[in-house]
Write a new protein. Structure first.
Length: 202
């Protein structure tokens, strides 16, 4: 059904024309399901600390399910939806992503905690299956190119950084603990020797 021509006008006595108008109105209206999908996507966009857009063309359904499980362990989610609906969700949150990236077999990866771990897992997965590629993304409000996403994946994860920090904090404490224990042990040995009427220099 196309748009109405200049010579056509609505008339209750013309049922064919009335049907055409109804179809045109329905075509441009959002269905409840689409509205709900945009609402859910919008909530994810708002909550996410990281958003990555990826092309998953050629990857099998079973492989995508495996990827979803991997990302879920890292507080991230892999979502496939219509590009037009994702665009509306981004717009609703004032998130700017270039139009050139919102096309093709597109998936959105939302990271809700660690901003590095999901990217590491995603890129590692793409390398393993030799399919898929990252296109663009957002780190909070900052746009990311594909190259910047790959650089992000090379950074330590949040857990790794925390582990390094704890290790650095524990190192001096361990040294102090060792020194104190050694001096206390020397004192005990000295007292034992004195008790046995022996002499030792401390």
């Amino acid at each position: 059904m196309g748009e109405l021509t200049k010579n056509e006008s609505y008339s209750p006595k013309n049922p064919l024309l009335a049907d055409r108008i109804k179809n045109l109105i329905t075509k441009h209206m959002s269905t409840p399901k689409k509205v709900e999908t945009v609402k859910k996507l919008s909530d994810k966009v708002k909550a996410a600390k990281l958003l990555v857009l990826a092309d998953y063309q050629g990857i099998k359904h079973k492989q995508l399910e495996d990827l979803r499980k991997i990302l879920k362990k890292n507080d991230a989610e892999f979502v496939v939806t219509k590009n037009t609906l994702l665009k509306k969700a981004l717009s609703a949150n004032n998130k700017n992503v270039s139009e050139e990236h919102l096309n093709g077999t597109l998936a959105a990866i939302f990271g809700f905690a660690d901003q590095v771990a999901p990217v590491k897992e995603l890129i590692s997965f793409f390398k393993t299956v030799a399919l898929g590629k990252v296109k663009a993304g957002l780190l909070d409000e900052t746009p990311l190119s594909a190259e910047e996403i790959h650089r992000l994946a090379k950074l330590p994860t949040r857990d790794a950084l925390l582990g390094q920090l704890v290790g650095q904090l524990q190192a001096p404490l361990y040294g102090l603990h060792h020194a104190l224990c050694w001096n206390i042990n020397k004192l005990v040995w000295a007292l034992d020797l004195v008790k046995n009427k022996k002499v030792i220099k401390i």
